[in-house]
Design a protein around this ligand. Structure first.
Ligand code: SF4
Ligand code: SF4
Length: 437
């Protein structure tokens, strides 16, 4: 029987029947106008190197990364730059985008894919290519892969690359489909990333129920002669989180009596992008995105060009059944509110949802009833009720500040609180307070 490794406490089973259920992805229409943002990563805004009026080609470099955390930006379609727009993102930062009107011929689309051998390339050349094509982690804050590799190279001892195929949230359906449709590219991307970082082995962390996928990964890896293993992990949310994944893998290390050393994890979409950059000399032109929620007529997983406006994608899914109450990107657990349907898909977009009022979690906040639900689901073992009350009291009790800092914002407590108290935000506020001397 397969041994399943999980984080030891808390967490929750998260289900949502409004997630798309495609068996395969659908290619979205090419947008007549694409908005290519200069921030699609965690660091500084990239500098545009083209101006209004210029023609750009598909995959052309149009924004140059600016220091650690920043990444190069490329045009996803050929056309003419017709203007520059700016807007405030849901995290409060300003962003700006070059608006490109589709014109001219395609360099990549519909052409025979030229493949470039990479085995003989020196590692630094692979790293240079990843940097040039602006490859970032295609989720979360969009940390550049080159920064992650540099960090790994500064660690001592053995390093393992973890391929994170952990689907603890049904809104990760786009990643799951990508794994099944682009298995070979994900594996080759992992082998390339391992070579570029000096990782000694590849560990495929797959969710319980995805063992067949894990076996296909291992079969594909055999041809490269790189040591690889599959680890089956639990499906409770937030198993995918860095801390919870590491807990499960350390348990595996101990029980199997093997050595993992330091580890770094990359998701399947990122590894497919690593493959495309190094083997096809292609930046991230499109990504798999899940579109769903109770307000959407035809939920589906689509392959969408970077820069496509969100409103166009919802329209391609048949539009809305009724006026949505909440539109956001990402997962409903931690999603970012979409303030304008003209906002574009970026490298880190993996899902959009639109909820009707009945499915929306925007409920009136009520008093705590001390039910203890928040404590039982916290994977860190915190007492969110207590930390929330400390934050509200305004008292600066030093002993609680360090506890609050342990919160990694998974949102399990928020989702399970019957009084709809925004616990995690309060706890993170508390963590930011300065201790009293
Ligand atoms: S889940 Fe909500 S209502 Fe229950 S103890 Fe925690 S804060 Fe109070
Ligand atoms: S958000 Fe923080 S306090 Fe709430 S369950 Fe997650 S780790 Fe625990």
């Amino acid at each position: 029987m397969t041994k399943v490794y999980s984080f030891p406490r808390g967490g929750m089973v998260y289900e949502d029947n409004t997630v798309p259920v495609n068996k395969e992805s659908v290619v979205a229409y090419l947008p007549a106008l694409s908005l290519i943002p200069m921030i699609q990563h965690c660091g500084n805004r990239a500098y545009p190197i083209v101006s209004v009026g210029d023609m750009v080609s598909e995959g052309m470099l149009i924004g140059r990364g600016n220091g650690a955390g920043s990444a190069n930006v490329h045009a996803s379609l050929p056309g003419r730059v017709i203007r520059n727009v700016s807007w405030r993102m849901s995290d409060g930062r300003m962003n700006d985008a070059l608006v490109i009107r589709l014109e001219g011929s395609f360099e990549k689309l519909g052409k025979k894919q030229e493949l470039f051998p990479w085995n003989g390339l020196p590692d630094y050349e692979i790293r240079r290519t990843l940097s040039h094509f602006g490859i970032v982690e295609m989720e979360g804050s969009g940390r550049p892969v080159i920064d992650i590799i540099h960090e790994v190279q500064n660690t001592k001892g053995q390093v393992s690359l973890v391929v994170r195929c952990v689907f603890d949230d049904p809104w990760l359906i786009a990643d799951r489909l990508l794994c099944h449709e682009r298995t070979a590219e994900v594996v080759e991307g992992a082998v390339i990333a391992a070579k570029a970082s000096g990782a000694a082995q590849i560990l495929f962390a797959v969710s319980h129920g995805e063992e067949e996928l894990g076996k296909r990964f291992l079969q594909e890896t055999e041809q490269y002669g790189v040591p690889a293993n599959m680890i089956v992990v639990g499906t409770k949310y937030p198993q995918r989180n860095q801390r919870e994944l590491e807990l499960a893998l350390r348990d595996y290390e101990k029980k199997q009596n093997i050595s993992i050393g330091s580890m770094f994890a990359l998701g399947p979409a990122t590894l497919a992008a690593v493959h495309d950059a190094v083997k096809c000399k292609k930046p991230i032109l499109e990504r798999y995105v899940a579109i769903g929620g109770s307000a959407v007529k035809n939920p589906q997983v689509m392959r969408v060009r970077i820069g496509t406006r969100i409103g166009e994608i919802f329209a391609e899914c048949g539009g809305f059944i009724d006026e949505p109450k909440r539109i956001a990107s990402g997962s409903p657990i931690m999603g970012n509110v979409v303030l304008d349907l003209d906002e574009p898909v970026t490298k880190t977009t993996y899902a959009f949802f639109a909820f009707l009022k009945k499915q929306s979690r925007i409920n009136k906040i009520r008093n705590c009833i001390s039910c203890g639900e928040c404590r039982s689901v916290c994977p860190v073992g915190l007492d969110p009720e207590e930390l929330y009350k400390i934050d509200r009291s305004g008292k600066n009790q030093n002993e609680f500040l360090s506890r609050a800092k342990e919160c990694h914002g998974c949102g399990c407590c928020d989702i399970n609180c019957p009084s709809s108290i925004p616990l995690s935000i309060a706890i993170q506020n508390l963590a930011l307070r300065k201790p009293l001397l």
